[in-house]
Design a protein. Structure first.
Length: 124
């Protein structure tokens, strides 16, 4: 498959969303790792070297952009896609300033998500 070897990490506190994304992305040929929240990803001592990170914005504790800030403070930069149910102008500006590749609004189209991941991975 064209996506073989690429790793996508999904961080979302909603199990249904995590499982749906995992299923859809594995069909596309990606290796998918799922995390139930920011702390689970931040505590992972075996993070992939250059994954694409899909992170929900609204989560308990740290929001998706705050989690990306913690990763950057540790010298870790991933191609990142933030997903949200409500993409406000303010959130789009914050995501752009944070270096997010793309902000996508739910519900997600599998085709749009797959193309956005390919683009994010290519941009590195």
């Amino acid at each position: 498959m064209v996506n073989a070897g690429a790793v996508v990490c999904v961080v979302d506190d909603d199990a249904a969303v995590r499982n749906a994304l995992k299923f859809a992305l594995e069909i596309e040929g990606w290796e998918v790792r799922v995390y139930d929240g920011p702390q689970m990803l931040l505590d992972d001592a075996d993070l992939p070297v250059r994954p694409c990170l899909i992170v929900d914005y609204h989560m308990p504790g740290l929001d998706g952009l705050q989690m990306l800030e913690v990763l950057r403070s540790r010298g870790i930069r991933f191609a990142s896609i933030v997903i949200t149910a409500r993409a406000t102008r303010e959130l789009r500006c914050r995501a752009e300033k944070a270096g997010v590749h793309c902000l996508l609004e739910k519900p997600l189209s599998d085709d749009v998500l797959a193309e956005t991941i390919r683009s994010a991975l290519a941009a590195g």
